[in-house]
Design a protein around this ligand. Structure first.
Ligand code: GLY
Length: 365
């Protein structure tokens, strides 16, 4: 693979290890990079499939392409059943490898299919959005949404390989690229504050679409690598979210609830961006952070075209939706708050009034 332009990030987990390969022109090399010889169920969606599935599928002699409807609304057990049915119809068995080709929804759903089809088959993921590269593809969380809330049914299923071809991000619409930046900024806030200026000073999405200079091309690859390394380090230390991994949910308790009450009109990354502002606001209001991080966070998010105010929603609805959060301990929600950069923590006993006030204050009236 010497001729490929890529960086490799090794990940270890309780039952093995895998590499995250980040680079350019990797899609046609997924089979070699993941040592997947044959018997592939390539799961993609109606957005990504028409663009890239053929190019990917032709490297395997025996590959069934399963194209699911695109979007968070289809991250359901019905879609999982559709995938199983097509796998049975194509003669898939325990030797089959499930290869995910898509964003976070396809990653999570395909991983769940791989975890459960015939009690588990190999899983390789090729994330096609910045958001799924920096977050969903690493760490083995898979699953689907339920009417009661996001990601409420799932399994841990570690991939055999993660292959992130940055060229595929050229077809992302601006808003989706920005969503990935929300998770990247979150990782910077958690434990890589040095990447934050580089992350936000250039419009990386625009440069990628217009054709990178050679310097920007490798700078972007390095940046993505450094941001993914934050997640890698956390999931290696805490693979099953016994403690520290919950910090990766910074901004997510608010974000998921906002997504849910807006019927997913707010994209995941946009919800995370709003959630980061909410978390900074609560942290300062309750005296946990000594500096007002909210304006710093807002400046960064605005630079990468992300919203920093909530749409007009009933604060009670958001608060009620937050109660489904999996970080709950007993009846009480736990929040990820910030003392400073690189100093997030799990806060218990946060007064409900403070949360409601933040949701009310940060609305775009
Ligand atoms: N997306 C958060 C996690 O993987 O733990």
């Amino acid at each position: 693979m010497e001729d490929l332009e890529h960086l490799t990030l090794p990940v270890t987990h309780p039952t093995g290890n895998y590499d995250v390969t980040i680079g350019y022109d990797l899609l046609g090399q997924v089979g070699k990079l993941s040592a997947t010889e044959d018997h592939v169920a390539l799961i993609t969606d109606t957005n990504v499939g028409p663009l890239y599935a053929q190019q990917a599928a032709k490297q395997w002699e025996n590959c069934v392409v399963i194209t699911l409807p695109a979007g968070e609304a289809f991250k359901t057990l019905d879609s999982v059943r559709l995938a199983y049915e097509q796998m049975f119809a194509a003669g898939c068995d325990r030797q089959t490898t499930v290869v995910a080709l898509g964003g976070g929804v396809i990653n999570d759903l395909s991983g769940f299919v791989a975890a459960t089809f015939m009690r588990g088959v190999r899983f390789v993921t090729c994330p096609t959005t910045l958001l799924s590269i920096v977050d969903a593809s690493v760490g083995g969380k898979t699953g689907v949404d339920m009417p009661e809330g996001k990601n409420l049914v799932g399994a841990f299923k570690q991939p055999e390989a993660v292959i992130a071809d940055l060229n595929l991000l050229k077809s992302l619409i601006k808003e989706e690229f920005a969503c990935g930046m929300a998770e990247a900024i979150k990782h910077g806030l958690l434990s890589a504050k040095d990447v934050l200026p580089t992350l936000t000073q250039t419009d990386w999405g625009e440069s990628l679409r217009n054709g990178f200079t050679a310097d920007d091309r490798s700078a972007f690859m390095q940046l993505v690598h450094d941001v993914v390394a934050v997640k890698r380090d956390v999931v290696q230390r805490d693979p099953f979210e016994a403690g520290e991994r919950a910090l990766l949910n910074l901004g997510h308790t608010f974000g998921h609830a906002i997504e849910q009450v807006t019927n997913y009109d707010v994209r995941h990354g946009e919800g995370v961006a709003m959630g980061l502002v909410c978390a900074a606001n609560v942290s300062y209001k309750l005296g946990f952070s000594t500096i007002d991080l909210q304006s710093v966070v807002e400046d960064m998010l605005k630079k990468v075209n992300l919203p920093v105010r909530l749409p007009r929603v009933d604060p009670e609805d958001v608060f009620n939706a937050m109660q489904q959060d999996k970080k709950k301990k007993g009846k009480k929600l736990r929040y990820i708050l910030l003392k400073d950069f690189e100093s997030a923590f799990i806060a218990e006993n946060v007064p409900d009034d403070a949360i409601l006030e933040t949701i009310r204050d940060l609305q775009n009236w």
